[in-house]
Design a protein around this ligand. Structure first.
Ligand code: GMT
Length: 377
């Protein structure tokens, strides 16, 4: 099939999932066209099956805000027409689902019926989408998509609670290529560069926005390192980074906490991680936790949003109430207390990650595209 994928090209989970999906579809022989303002960070190659179309914004002094939706919908029309795309799969409702609706209407006037699949990822519903500023347009564009999917049962329920949704939302979990994270086969797992053999490594990866509660990460680690010799790796960039590093300094653990910035080599970093910390205010799914689990890493997280669908309490790690850093630290120590306990959680994490394997999830998306296509004939 010929599929257009619209996403944010940055380090956020929705962009990463959309990019991995597009690359996997191309590997299976579909023709995939990414339409966004920059080449997605995880899109590391292009081919005759994998294309990237940049949305260019024309600056004009009159505009305080550049009208990205207009440029995006115009680009969608151009690419659909030129490459005869059958489906536009948009990731993150704002503003992609809205722009796709406009593109669809423009194309209908030309006698082209492109189908729109919208995947809801989380904050497009919870933190941003339901805000009165956007709610009307988000609800409209969800209701006017041909198919709507959400990345967890919790996100589906939340969407139905916050909006008046008139169609069924299909739950398709985020997915992972488990083999890519296989530690044993990983050639460049250089743990010794960061920690002594007797030390444990804890890691946090995010975009350091307030929702990620990165200060809680530091607080948890502070308690853990008192009991267990360990290091903390902080991967990512974002507005809360300074607060986290200031706290590490105040707690006098700066020499044990490494802020490594954004990375496109997450698998390499996770290959030497023992425990992954995700104390988020909310997560519709927690893709970063799934990546960690695929890399055989135990998870300490909150019990908010869709996290309990990914991290199984007492098996792949532990869940705690939001802000209860003492409980999180206690649980992390429980995991790290001896080699057998750590291996138990790590092994379970790896096994559970297989439930979200790309081989299981990719055909579900293909079926959705095919069902759209069939309904056109
Ligand atoms: O929260 C982020 O780091 C980014 C955000 C995004 O949209 O890029 O992530 C959301 O989508 C991910 C992929 O589906 C989910 O795994 C994350 O849980 C979700 N974030 C939130 O709900 C806060």
């Amino acid at each position: 099939m010929k599929i257009g994928i619209v996403c944010y090209p940055t380090f956020g989970g929705s962009g990463v999932v959309a990019t991995e999906l597009g690359m996997a579809l191309a590997d299976k022989g579909h023709e995939v066209h990414f339409i966004t303002y920059n080449q997605p960070v995880r899109l590391d190659y292009l081919s005759h099956k994998l294309h990237f179309h940049r949305v260019l914004i024309e600056e004009y002094p009159l505009f305080q805000y550049q009208p990205y939706e207009l440029a995006l919908s115009s680009k969608m029309v151009e690419v659909v027409e030129k490459h005869q795309l059958e489906v536009l799969h948009v990731h993150y409702a704002i503003p992609h689902a809205y722009a796709a609706y406009m593109a669809k209407q423009m194309l209908l006037e030309k006698g082209i019926d492109v189908k729109v699949v919208t995947t809801l990822h989380g904050t497009d519903i919870t933190l941003v989408g339901s805000h009165p500023t956007y709610k009307t347009a988000v609800e409209f564009s969800i209701n006017n998509s041909d198919v709507v999917t959400a990345v967890s049962n919790n996100l589906k329920e939340t969407t139905n609670q916050l909006f008046n949704i008139k169609k069924n939302i299909e739950v398709i979990y985020n997915f992972i290529d488990v083999d890519k994270y296989d530690k044993e086969e990983h050639q460049e797992c250089k743990r010794s560069a960061l920690a002594e053999p007797h030390e444990r490594i804890l890691t946090h990866i995010s975009n350091f926005r307030p929702v990620k509660r990165v200060e809680d990460v530091v607080k948890v680690f502070y308690e853990v390192q008192k009991e267990i010799p360990s290091k903390l790796l902080m991967i990512g960039e974002g507005p809360e980074r300074i607060k986290a590093s200031t706290l590490a300094k105040q707690l006098k653990i700066k020499d044990k906490v490494f802020f490594l910035g954004n990375s496109t080599e997450v698998a390499k970093i996770l290959c030497y991680t023992d425990v992954f910390l995700l104390p988020s205010q909310t997560e519709s799914f927690g893709f970063a936790a799934l990546e960690a689990m695929a890399a055989k890493t135990a998870i300490i997280s909150t019990n908010t949003g869709g996290l309990p669908e990914v991290n199984i309490h007492g098996k792949t790690g532990f869940l705690s109430n939001l802000g209860d850093t003492e409980d999180m630290a206690k649980n992390a120590i429980q995991i790290l207390k001896d080699g057998a306990s750590l291996e138990f959680f790590k092994q379970n994490a790896k096994e559970h990650a297989k439930k979200f394997s790309i081989q299981n999830i990719l055909p579900v998306y293909e079926d959705i595209y095919k069902s759209c296509y069939k309904s056109k004939v």
